[in-house]
Design a protein around this ligand. Structure first.
Ligand code: HEC
Length: 93
């Protein structure tokens, strides 16, 4: 019986570490992309312009695509796609 209880404790501890790990990874990714927005999207204008008005996912797709095409060397396609996902999820109406 005691082994059964112990094994339950061990299993739940593993699960806790696993889920906390996932959360931490997501949080780290969010911080990374926020920095990417601060770096890449404030080259031509203040990044204030991005956060002042929430937009629909469809509008964000059009805007980020337009920004990326203005200067593809300043803003790489891969970075713009990461930023687009972030904006859709966090600065959307
Ligand atoms: C190469 C320069 C450049 C970069 C880099 C850039 N922008 Fe822009 N952005 C512009 C210009 C020029 C305008 C104004 C003309 C326009 O709206 O197309 C603008 C306008 C905007 C607007 C207002 C559009 C509207 O319809 O009201 C938003 C929002 C925006 N940018 C977001 C971003 C985001 C997000 C990024 C990063 C992914 C970014 N910009 C990177 C040049 C840039």
């Amino acid at each position: 019986m005691i082994y059964y209880k112990l094994s339950l404790i061990v299993v739940s501890m593993f699960m806790m570490v696993f889920f906390l790990g996932c959360d931490a990874k997501k949080e780290a990714e969010k911080i990374y992309i926020k920095q990417l927005v601060a770096q890449k999207c404030s080259i031509c204008h203040f990044s204030e312009r991005i956060y002042k008005e929430p937009r629909s996912p469809r509008e964000w797709t059009a805007i980020v695509d337009r920004m990326q095409k203005i200067n593809p060397t300043l803003l790489k396609k891969t970075d713009s796609l990461l930023i687009l996902e972030y904006l859709k999820q966090n600065v959307s109406k």
